[in-house]
Ligand binder design. Structure first.
Ligand SMILES: Nc1ncnc2c1ncn2[C@@H]1O[C@H](COP(=O)(O)OP(=O)(O)OP(=O)(O)O)[C@@H](O)[C@H]1O
Ligand SMILES: [Mg+2]
Length: 285
């Protein structure tokens, strides 16, 4: 079988992801046999994977299969029932790297990682924004959290990022509650990328965006992945987005990973009946 998932307009705008992944010796994130069940079948079970710098892992699957719950657990925001999440802290250049276990460290240290090393783009944009702080303030706050203090420079970077995610710069002093859902989503992405994190977790980041804005945003993300070695875990319903951005895919159904592999492999030659159904339903739509 050699099916192609239609990427129509997006494919015209963006080139495909690099096929070579720069694999460094140690994974940035190592998820080992992780489970979190709120009730039988509600959550996720026995998930394991490794993520390297500059690598994009896509998570797709049916609604309610546990994708958001998994993202919460691997980003240090929801303690699992079982398993380990290991993170390689520190910079390769400084030679001061250390593998830390997310749920064995103090909560304050985990929070610190979320401020300095990671970004989280939430499925519902207002969950990831301060609704009553200005757009510029939402971005500036992240820069201050990593130690920047120069007001002029912070405002300059906020303006640049508003431009990058296509929010009119004259909205810099407006509150996110006055923005459309798509603008809130783009602001959330800007807030998370401004500090150039090493790892970003994204839950349906392109939901609610029109196709052309979505294409340019994906292009921006792909540049950050290749230029800065940004690692990404992205949950998406959109197989076209998964094909364009993800190097590897994990498919979830009923709290379990049913298939995993290189994106092209999974989408062009799906092995599990659920993945076959997912791919063929996109081809027919
Ligand atoms: N805080 C919670 N308490 C109890 N059950 C929860 C909680 N959060 C999620 N669930 C349940 O866990 C299951 C997985 O939810 P989750 O949000 O992870 O699914 P999902 O794959 O992200 O779905 P979608 O694609 O619709 O966003 C669902 O049955 C959901 O109702
Ligand atoms: Mg979800």
């Amino acid at each position: 079988m050699n099916q192609q998932v239609s990427t129509s307009t997006l494919a015209d705008t963006i080139a495909r992801p690099e096929t070579t992944i720069k694999v460094k010796e140690q994974p940035l994130l190592s998820v080992q046999n992780l489970s979190k069940l709120y009730a039988p079948g509600k959550g996720f079970s026995e998930v394991s994977f490794e993520l390297y710098p500059g690598e994009v892992l896509g998570i797709v699957g049916e609604s309610g299969s546990g994708k958001s719950t998994l993202l919460q657990a691997i980003s240090g925001r929801l303690a699992p029932d079982e398993g380990e999440v290991l993170y390689l802290r520190g910079s390769a250049d400084s030679q001061l790297q250390q593998v830390v276990s997310l749920y064995r460290m103090a909560e304050s240290q985990r929070r610190q990682l979320l401020r300095t090393d990671w970004g989280v783009v939430h499925q519902h944009p207002l969950d990831g924004l301060r609704p009553r702080v200005s757009a510029g303030g939402n971005i500036g706050e992240r820069l201050m959290a990593v130690g920047q203090r120069h007001y002029g420079s912070i405002r300059e970077q906020a303006l640049q990022w508003l431009q990058d995610v296509e929010i009119p710069v004259d909205r810099i002093d407006d509150m996110p509650v006055t923005f459309s859902g798509g603008m809130q989503q783009r602001l959330q992405i800007a807030r998370n990328l401004v500090t150039h994190p090493k790892l970003i977790f994204m839950d349906e980041p392109t939901g609610g965006l029109d196709v052309s804005v979505q294409a340019r945003l994906l292009d921006l993300l792909r540049r950050l992945v290749s230029e800065l070695g940004l690692a990404v875990v992205i949950v998406t319903h959109d197989l076209a987005v998964a094909r364009l951005l993800a190097h590897r895919l994990m498919v979830m159904k009923q709290s379990r990973v049913v298939e995993t592999g290189l994106t092209d492999q999974v989408l062009d030659d799906p092995q599990h009946p659920y993945t076959q159904l997912l791919v063929s339903s996109v081809l027919q739509s």
